[in-house]
Ligand binder design. Structure first.
Ligand code: IMP
Ligand code: MG
Length: 178
Protein backbone atom coordinates (compact mmCIF):
# COMPACT_ATOMS: atom_id res chain seq x y z
CA UNK A 1 0.00 0.00 0.00
CA UNK A 2 1.19 3.51 -0.81
CA UNK A 3 1.30 6.51 1.52
CA UNK A 4 -1.69 8.86 1.20
CA UNK A 5 -2.05 12.62 1.46
CA UNK A 6 -4.90 14.35 3.29
CA UNK A 7 -4.92 18.15 3.45
CA UNK A 8 -1.31 19.08 4.39
CA UNK A 9 -0.23 15.72 5.86
CA UNK A 10 1.12 12.35 4.74
CA UNK A 11 -0.01 9.05 6.22
CA UNK A 12 1.63 5.67 5.88
CA UNK A 13 -0.15 2.27 5.78
CA UNK A 14 -0.60 0.80 9.24
CA UNK A 15 -3.38 -1.84 9.39
CA UNK A 16 -4.59 -3.59 6.24
CA UNK A 17 -8.18 -4.35 5.31
CA UNK A 18 -7.51 -8.02 5.96
CA UNK A 19 -6.05 -7.42 9.43
CA UNK A 20 -9.02 -5.23 10.32
CA UNK A 21 -11.49 -7.80 8.99
CA UNK A 22 -9.91 -10.59 11.06
CA UNK A 23 -10.01 -8.45 14.22
CA UNK A 24 -13.66 -7.51 13.62
CA UNK A 25 -14.66 -11.17 13.23
CA UNK A 26 -12.91 -12.06 16.51
CA UNK A 27 -14.67 -9.21 18.34
CA UNK A 28 -18.05 -10.34 17.01
CA UNK A 29 -17.37 -13.92 18.06
CA UNK A 30 -16.54 -12.83 21.60
CA UNK A 31 -19.66 -10.68 21.84
CA UNK A 32 -21.79 -13.55 20.46
CA UNK A 33 -20.53 -15.72 23.32
CA UNK A 34 -20.75 -13.10 26.08
CA UNK A 35 -24.26 -11.76 25.30
CA UNK A 36 -26.20 -14.92 24.54
CA UNK A 37 -29.71 -14.61 26.00
CA UNK A 38 -29.29 -10.97 26.98
CA UNK A 39 -31.35 -7.97 25.90
CA UNK A 40 -28.69 -6.24 23.81
CA UNK A 41 -28.46 -2.75 22.30
CA UNK A 42 -25.51 -1.54 20.24
CA UNK A 43 -25.01 2.22 20.39
CA UNK A 44 -22.75 3.40 17.61
CA UNK A 45 -20.99 6.72 18.13
CA UNK A 46 -21.02 8.67 14.86
CA UNK A 47 -19.29 9.68 12.71
CA UNK A 48 -16.13 7.68 13.31
CA UNK A 49 -17.65 4.28 13.99
CA UNK A 50 -19.92 3.95 10.95
CA UNK A 51 -17.66 1.56 9.05
CA UNK A 52 -16.69 -0.51 12.09
CA UNK A 53 -20.35 -0.76 13.13
CA UNK A 54 -21.44 -1.94 9.70
CA UNK A 55 -18.71 -4.59 9.47
CA UNK A 56 -19.13 -5.82 13.05
CA UNK A 57 -22.90 -6.16 12.78
CA UNK A 58 -22.62 -8.56 9.82
CA UNK A 59 -21.02 -11.06 12.22
CA UNK A 60 -23.32 -10.60 15.21
CA UNK A 61 -25.65 -13.60 15.39
CA UNK A 62 -27.72 -12.47 18.38
CA UNK A 63 -31.07 -10.68 18.42
CA UNK A 64 -30.16 -7.05 19.09
CA UNK A 65 -31.00 -3.41 18.49
CA UNK A 66 -28.64 -1.03 16.71
CA UNK A 67 -28.88 2.68 17.31
CA UNK A 68 -26.71 5.66 16.42
CA UNK A 69 -25.83 8.80 18.27
CA UNK A 70 -23.46 11.66 17.96
CA UNK A 71 -21.07 13.63 20.13
CA UNK A 72 -18.44 16.13 19.12
CA UNK A 73 -15.06 16.33 20.84
CA UNK A 74 -12.25 16.37 18.33
CA UNK A 75 -10.80 18.99 15.99
CA UNK A 76 -7.64 18.59 13.92
CA UNK A 77 -5.13 16.12 15.35
CA UNK A 78 -5.51 16.94 19.04
CA UNK A 79 -8.38 16.01 21.33
CA UNK A 80 -10.10 19.05 22.81
CA UNK A 81 -11.08 17.03 25.85
CA UNK A 82 -14.62 18.38 25.56
CA UNK A 83 -17.82 16.52 24.91
CA UNK A 84 -21.10 18.16 24.05
CA UNK A 85 -24.40 16.45 24.76
CA UNK A 86 -25.52 13.19 23.19
CA UNK A 87 -27.53 13.79 20.04
CA UNK A 88 -30.04 11.30 18.76
CA UNK A 89 -30.25 8.78 21.59
CA UNK A 90 -33.86 7.88 20.96
CA UNK A 91 -34.00 4.20 21.79
CA UNK A 92 -34.81 3.35 25.40
CA UNK A 93 -31.92 1.52 27.09
CA UNK A 94 -33.47 1.03 30.54
CA UNK A 95 -32.93 -2.53 31.72
CA UNK A 96 -30.90 -3.42 28.63
CA UNK A 97 -27.29 -4.40 28.08
CA UNK A 98 -25.53 -1.69 26.09
CA UNK A 99 -22.42 -2.02 23.95
CA UNK A 100 -21.00 1.33 22.92
CA UNK A 101 -19.29 1.12 19.53
CA UNK A 102 -16.39 3.53 19.02
CA UNK A 103 -13.79 3.93 16.32
CA UNK A 104 -11.05 4.65 18.84
CA UNK A 105 -10.54 5.12 22.55
CA UNK A 106 -7.74 7.68 22.88
CA UNK A 107 -7.70 9.66 26.16
CA UNK A 108 -10.96 7.94 27.07
CA UNK A 109 -12.56 11.28 27.98
CA UNK A 110 -15.28 10.81 25.37
CA UNK A 111 -16.42 7.36 26.50
CA UNK A 112 -16.31 8.42 30.15
CA UNK A 113 -18.69 11.31 29.47
CA UNK A 114 -20.96 9.26 27.23
CA UNK A 115 -21.17 6.48 29.82
CA UNK A 116 -22.00 8.99 32.56
CA UNK A 117 -24.88 10.35 30.48
CA UNK A 118 -26.10 6.89 29.44
CA UNK A 119 -26.13 5.69 33.03
CA UNK A 120 -28.87 8.24 33.77
CA UNK A 121 -31.10 6.12 31.51
CA UNK A 122 -30.88 3.00 33.66
CA UNK A 123 -29.16 0.40 31.47
CA UNK A 124 -28.40 -3.00 32.98
CA UNK A 125 -24.78 -2.78 31.84
CA UNK A 126 -22.55 -0.70 29.55
CA UNK A 127 -19.40 -1.96 27.86
CA UNK A 128 -17.25 -0.36 25.17
CA UNK A 129 -16.14 -2.01 21.95
CA UNK A 130 -13.63 -0.05 19.85
CA UNK A 131 -11.61 -1.07 16.85
CA UNK A 132 -8.59 0.89 18.21
CA UNK A 133 -7.30 1.59 21.72
CA UNK A 134 -4.45 4.04 22.41
CA UNK A 135 -3.64 2.61 25.81
CA UNK A 136 -0.67 4.90 26.51
CA UNK A 137 -2.82 7.99 25.90
CA UNK A 138 -5.63 6.74 28.12
CA UNK A 139 -6.36 8.85 31.22
CA UNK A 140 -10.02 7.93 31.75
CA UNK A 141 -11.77 5.56 34.12
CA UNK A 142 -13.59 3.27 31.66
CA UNK A 143 -11.46 0.76 29.77
CA UNK A 144 -12.85 -0.80 26.58
CA UNK A 145 -13.78 -4.41 27.32
CA UNK A 146 -13.45 -5.20 23.61
CA UNK A 147 -10.93 -3.71 21.21
CA UNK A 148 -9.36 -4.79 17.95
CA UNK A 149 -5.88 -3.33 18.26
CA UNK A 150 -3.88 -1.58 20.94
CA UNK A 151 -1.95 1.12 19.06
CA UNK A 152 0.77 3.66 19.97
CA UNK A 153 -0.05 7.28 20.69
CA UNK A 154 0.11 8.43 17.06
CA UNK A 155 -2.61 9.98 14.96
CA UNK A 156 -4.36 7.57 12.58
CA UNK A 157 -6.94 7.86 9.81
CA UNK A 158 -9.10 5.59 7.69
CA UNK A 159 -11.79 3.01 8.40
CA UNK A 160 -14.10 5.78 9.63
CA UNK A 161 -11.44 7.89 11.33
CA UNK A 162 -10.79 11.32 9.88
CA UNK A 163 -8.23 14.08 9.69
CA UNK A 164 -10.33 17.25 9.49
CA UNK A 165 -13.18 15.23 7.94
CA UNK A 166 -11.08 13.57 5.26
CA UNK A 167 -9.97 9.94 5.15
CA UNK A 168 -13.06 8.29 6.64
CA UNK A 169 -13.69 6.36 3.41
CA UNK A 170 -10.33 4.57 3.38
CA UNK A 171 -10.83 0.81 3.94
CA UNK A 172 -7.47 0.46 5.73
CA UNK A 173 -5.89 2.40 8.60
CA UNK A 174 -2.98 4.81 8.10
CA UNK A 175 -0.62 6.44 10.57
CA UNK A 176 0.60 10.04 10.47
CA UNK A 177 4.12 10.23 9.06
CA UNK A 178 6.52 12.44 11.02
P1 IMP B 1 -10.84 10.46 23.30
O1 IMP B 1 -11.93 11.23 23.99
O2 IMP B 1 -9.51 11.15 23.49
O3 IMP B 1 -10.79 9.02 23.73
O4 IMP B 1 -11.09 10.51 21.74
C1 IMP B 1 -12.36 10.66 21.26
C2 IMP B 1 -12.51 10.77 19.78
O5 IMP B 1 -11.43 11.46 19.17
C3 IMP B 1 -12.58 9.45 19.07
O6 IMP B 1 -13.86 8.88 19.09
C4 IMP B 1 -12.18 9.85 17.66
O7 IMP B 1 -13.31 10.30 16.95
C5 IMP B 1 -11.21 10.97 17.89
N1 IMP B 1 -9.82 10.48 17.77
C6 IMP B 1 -8.99 10.12 18.77
N2 IMP B 1 -7.79 9.72 18.29
C7 IMP B 1 -7.88 9.83 16.94
C8 IMP B 1 -6.95 9.55 15.85
O8 IMP B 1 -5.80 9.11 16.03
N3 IMP B 1 -7.42 9.81 14.60
C9 IMP B 1 -8.67 10.27 14.34
N4 IMP B 1 -9.56 10.55 15.32
C10 IMP B 1 -9.16 10.32 16.61
MG1 MG C 1 -15.38 9.19 17.28
Amino acid sequence: MDPIHLHDKTFIPYLSEQEIHDAVVLLARQINLDYRGKDLVFLSVLNGSFMFTSDLMKHILLPCEISFMKVSSYQGTESTGRVDELIGLNSPIAGKHVILLEDIVDTGVTIDKIIKLLELNGPKSIEVCAILYKKEAHIGTNIPKYFGFEIPNKFVVGYGLDYDQHGRNLPAIYQLKN
